[in-house]
Write a protein that binds this ligand. Structure first.
Ligand SMILES: [Zn+2]
Length: 489
């Protein structure tokens, strides 16, 4: 029963039984972040979706190699072949080395992903560390006639590719319409067709991220890195490629074209795409300027936030929606998620206190089947969570004495909750909840009022003692012109 996992394959547009190429091994590649800014709610979704998949596959006994890249070069500002490199632009704005920008935001991304309790990938390759592999793939594509050089740039010949293969196989776009409707960007007249995409770009004199190549000094195109790095670490054919729905076209379509043209067959067997996070129905994104960073969310530090939301509240919020459904941000939805998460956690505390009885009046086996069926149905976490809440009601009834559970069923129920809640959904207990933080704030306010009264009486000894005691407790007080601020060291 546990090994009946079906996943929705974007390529076939239907749910398919998941059968890895070389069981028990599974190769999973996911497009990672372009590291030029803080991670926002839109990054949390693929992070958590594919962490859920990684965790569940491991739970089912597979040995998963999970590769998630860091895009540190080649991703241009308007996601097309035109404009500045996103990293280089940020470096210029902040007067940093490009690799300083990359390191800074990679560190911050890792911190946020750890707060969300996502497991680190098995390999995290950087695009800039695979320039030679990317040049090799370009050479192969030129040799096979699918790429051409034009004024120091190398483009992929989409029309030529379409004569033999199906460009648009993933996204459903039609090549004839693309050929007619794609606008030629100014300065790109050297392309044979406007749909052709860059494999290598000539570096202009002011472009700081640059490498020598047989075609002159330049840098690789964005789509190329994922074809190279996925196949380098997972093989010419591998099981699952994931990413956000917004990457389906052109990014993933181009990846398919590159790999297929180079080796005569596609590389990926199952394509999985998570849906977007919206805010008031609009896609949340850095380019749209309507995003909420994860740090802001965890601190409650953004005008649209009515309070802080803990990392586990955010994780639970994301898991309450199916990964292929859109997820709309609202304070109401997050507050409901916070309540739901806390109810689940307190039920687990309750569960570990339950005593087995000689009788049994609850149906744990059906509950267990329901949980596996939900996960096996394309990772249907909202249904899984609904079943876990059936379990919560069961726990509460047993605790209240209106139902009874025997030792064997109690052990199954405990294992069920521990596996699904902690190992698979990846939730964990939080001591630093917003409620305890608020209580701490009140205690500090009370002590600071005593200190203020002491200072008014010129009682410096008491005033200093309060400051020192707070400091010993790890609470840093900073006097400001309006009063004070505190933070935990
Ligand atoms: Zn990618």
């Amino acid at each position: 029963m546990e090994n009946k996992l079906t996943i929705y394959n974007t390529l076939s547009r239907k749910k398919e039984l998941f059968e890895p190429l070389n069981p028990p091994f599974v190769g999973l590649y996911v497009c990672g972040p372009t590291v030029y800014g803080d991670a926002h709610l839109g990054h949390a979704r693929p992070g958590i979706t594919f962490d859920l998949l990684f965790r569940y596959l491991k739970y089912l006994g597979y040995r998963v190699r999970y590769v998630r890249n860091i895009t540190d070069v080649g991703h241009l500002v308007n996601d097309e072949d035109d404009g500045e490199d996103k990293i280089a632009k940020k470096a210029k704005l902040e007067q940093l080395e490009p690799m300083e920008v990359v390191q800074l935001y990679t560190n911050r991304y890792h911190k946020n992903m750890e707060q969300l309790n996502t497991l680190p990938p098995s390999i995290e390759p950087h695009a800039s560390g695979h320039i030679i592999e990317q040049q090799e793939l370009i050479k192969t594509l030129i040799d096979k006639g699918y790429a051409y050089e034009s004024e120091g740039n190398i483009y992929f010949d989409v029309e030529r590719y379409s004569k033999k293969y199906h460009y648009g196989i993933l996204s459903g776009r039609k090549i004839d319409e693309l050929l007619v409707n794609t606008r030629q960007l100014s300065g790109q007249e050297e392309k044979r067709n406007s749909v052709d995409f860059a494999l290598w770009k000539k570096a202009t004199p002011e472009h700081i991220m640059r490498w020598p190549s047989p075609w002159g000094v330049g840098f690789p195109g964005w789509h190329l890195e994922c074809s190279c790095m996925s196949q380098k670490y997972l093989g010419n054919t591998f099981d699952i490629h994931g990413g956000g729905l917004d990457l389906q076209f052109p990014h993933h379509e181009c990846e398919i074209a590159q790999s297929t043209a180079a080796q005569g067959h596609p590389a990926v067997r199952y394509w999985m795409h998570n849906n977007m996070v919206t805010i008031n129905g609009q896609k949340m994104g850095k380019s749209l300027g309507n995003f909420i960073t994860l740090d802001q969310l965890f601190a409650g530090n953004n005008a649209v936030l009515e309070q802080a939301y803990s990392p586990m509240t955010v994780r639970f919020f994301i898991l309450q929606a199916h990964y292929r459904s859109p997820l709309d941000f609202s304070n109401e939805a997050l507050k409901a998620a916070e309540k739901g998460y806390e109810r689940l956690m307190s039920a687990i505390v309750q569960l570990h206190k339950l005593k087995a009885s000689n009788e049994n009046t609850v149906d744990v086996k059906t509950l267990r089947d329901n949980c596996f069926n939900a996960m096996n149905d394309d990772l249907n976490t909202p249904i899984l969570i609904a079943h876990l809440f059936d379990g919560v009601r069961m726990i509460n009834s047993i605790a209240a004495g209106s139902e009874k559970i025997d030792a064997e069923n109690l052990q199954t129920l405990t294992e069920l909750f521990d596996s699904f809640v902690f190992d698979i959904l990846g939730l964990k207990g939080e001591t630093d909840s917003s409620a305890s933080n608020q209580a701490l704030g009140k205690v500090i306010d009370a002590m600071m009022n005593v200190r203020k009264a002491a200072r008014a009486n010129k009682d410096w000894a008491t005033s200093d003692k309060i400051r020192d005691e707070l400091k010993n407790a790890g609470i840093q007080i900073k006097d400001t012109k309006d009063g004070y601020e505190w933070e935990l060291e």
